[in-house]
Design a binder for this molecule. Structure first.
Ligand code: HEM
Length: 537
């Protein structure tokens, strides 16, 4: 690989400073003392008790006793790899983000794929949403695109996330099941929170049992903003498209593989990279002009809705290649801290109420998961750009900040950093005009829970529809409460009468009543060209 102005090598070099190879070395204590015995503790006489004095025994045991950290509260099971990203063409017309300008620049990335509901040791091929989180180590700081393999989400407001996850995770009284959706609390939540309908259709489709992480799409889900040098903003949705195409297992395979090889997906990714068959994904964007925000019969701030690709086409703007496995899963994959709020100049947020809540949640959880406020200093989380600020101290601080002054503004010393002006690369928040009263509701179209669920169902082939029906039967079949099963079947009459009827028949339930009129039909108002901004050739 040629070097040049490639940050790819700076991340690897940075990690290299922390890599340790024990091969051929003599064992030491953590104080660097060589030891002569690593099998027998120090005792008072051959048949006597172990002595407290044995510092090596105490250290070895204490370190072992503290090896575990909490698993992620969601997405606990995951697997990661290193690689790089290159943009195809300069994207200056849309964003000033530097890593999206020069096609010759390779930006290093670290990607973690995950399931959502199961614990760290659960199976890979379960029916679940998959996480697809990418950390770009850019020349302007870390940018994290923390996405999923399904383009919409279960809920519309972050306020409900704890409720959703409490319903999805194993039930509290018996910690069963590991499977995300085959239990009462999951379906009770669905039946009582009908904004889940669209995501449920994806969740019960073959998308939720991917063949391989190499054959899986990724989606940023929320609407974000791209902002160019002139300060102009466009709304954007991010996509990852696997070069190998999208492929899924069938349910029978997924179940058998889960028994025979629970590590199926991580093994597949690891071995592909070891063999030099590097997974590749193209980055796509959908772009909507700010003035077209209200051109649609859904609210672009509603994360349960996608932007149909026939109305707002996806433009492919770059490619990511994963070409290196980790040296140590704990140090790298487990300690990685992704955050949708890690942005660089030229990328900004929208007012999607789910995204807004995520901006709070990730650092908050990582403060406890990774033991205090200095987890940005863990090698995998370090930016390749230098870090200068007045923050100090805290558990596990690695940096030795020199000088007397750690506050801004001061006249005592020149060692306190000054904020950079926007033209020097200082991040500037997009100055969106916001006005209105404090309210807890959103626009009326947030109440349309079925139009896009129906759109999804109608886009399925006959075989795919049959898979969805069978998935409903399997997952709902594990629900003990007959009332919940009936409630769910009735709910999905709003998506499709035949679907509901077939599910009911499979569960031995009475045929559901006639479907209600579907609230709000989906009509795309505008032509693709009018909705998007083409990247110049
Ligand atoms: C992980 C919260 C919605 C994708 C996490 C974690 C939390 C969390 C607390 C664990 C982070 C850690 O321990 O490092 C939330 C909240 C949400 C939300 C509060 C909604 C309000 C979403 C959505 C997506 C998503 C919509 C996809 C677009 C992910 C991924 C991970 C994750 C991929 C795993 C990251 C990794 O591999 O380390 N989320 N999440 N989350 N979340 Fe979310």
């Amino acid at each position: 690989m040629e070097k040049g102005r490639n940050s790819e090598f700076s991340k690897d070099k940075q990690l290299d400073e922390f890599r340790v190879d024990n091969a051929g070395e003599k064992t030491t204590t953590n104080q660097g003392l060589r030891i002569s015995e690593d099998e027998h503790s120090l005792k008072a006489g051959e048949r006597g008790p172990t002595l407290m004095e044995d510092f090596h025994f105490r250290e070895k045991m204490t370190h072992f006793d503290h090896e575990r950290i909490p698993e992620r509260v969601v997405h606990a099971r995951g697997f990661g790899a290193h690689g790089h990203f290159q943009v195809y063409k300069p994207m200056a017309h849309l964003t000033k983000a530097r890593f999206l300008q020069d096609p010759s620049v390779r930006t290093p990335v670290f990607v973690r794929f995950s399931t959502v509901a199961g614990s760290r040791g659960s199976g890979d091929t379960v029916r679940d949403v998959r996480g697809f989180a990418t950390k770009f180590y850019t020349e302007e700081g870390n940018y994290d695109l923390v996405g999923n393999n399904i383009p919409v989400f279960f809920i519309q407001d972050a306020m409900k996330f704890p409720d959703l996850i409490h319903a999805v995770k194993p039930e509290p009284h018996n910690e069963m099941p590991q499977a995300a959706s085959a239990h009462d609390t999951f379906w009770d939540f669905v039946a009582n929170n009908t904004e889940t309908a669209h995501m449920i259709m994806w969740h019960l489709s073959d998308r939720a049992i991917p063949r391989s992480y190499r054959m899986m799409e990724g989606f940023g889900v929320h609407t974000f903003r791209l902002v160019n040098e002139q300060g102009e903003a466009h709304f954007v949705k991010f996509h990852w498209k696997p070069v190998l195409g999208v492929h899924s297992l069938v349910w029978d395979e997924a179940q058998k593989i889960a028994g025979k090889d629970p590590d199926f997906h991580r093994r597949d990714l690891y071995e592909a990279i070891e063999m030099g068959k590097y997974p590749e994904y193209e980055l796509g964007i959908q772009v909507i002009k700010e003035e077209n925000e209200f051109n649609f019969d859904f609210d672009i701030l509603d994360p349960t809705k996608l932007w149909p690709e026939e109305i707002v086409p996806v433009q492919l703007i770059g490619k990511m290649i994963l070409n290196k496995n980790t040296d140590n899963v704990f140090a790298e994959t487990e300690q990685a801290a992704f955050h949708p709020g890690h942005v660089v100049p030229g990328i900004d947020f929208s007012n999607d109420p789910l995204l807004q809540g995520r901006l709070f949640s990730y650092t908050d959880t990582q403060l406890i998961r990774l033991g205090g406020p200095n987890f940005h200093e863990i090698p995998i989380n370090r930016s390749i750009t230098p870090v200068h600020n007045n923050q100090r101290d805290g558990y596990h601080r690695m940096t030795i900040n020199k000088g007397q002054v750690s506050y801004h503004k001061n006249s005592l010393a020149g060692n306190s950093p000054e904020p950079a002006a926007p033209e020097e690369g200082g991040y500037q928040h997009y100055q969106e005009k916001v006005e209105g009263r404090k309210v807890q509701r959103r626009s009326d179209s947030f109440k349309d829970h079925y139009s896009q669920a129906k759109l999804f169902w109608n886009s399925m082939s006959k075989v795919e529809k049959q898979h969805i029906i069978e998935a409903f039967r399997f997952e709902l079949g594990k629900v003990k409460s007959k009332d919940i099963r009936a409630q769910v079947v009735n709910m999905f009459t709003n998506v499709d009468g035949y679907l509901a009827e077939q599910v009911a028949a499979g569960l031995g339930l009475e045929a559901p009543p006639n479907p209600d009129e579907v609230s709000g039909t989906f009509e795309s108002p505008a032509l693709s060209q009018e909705n998007t901004v083409k990247t110049p050739d």
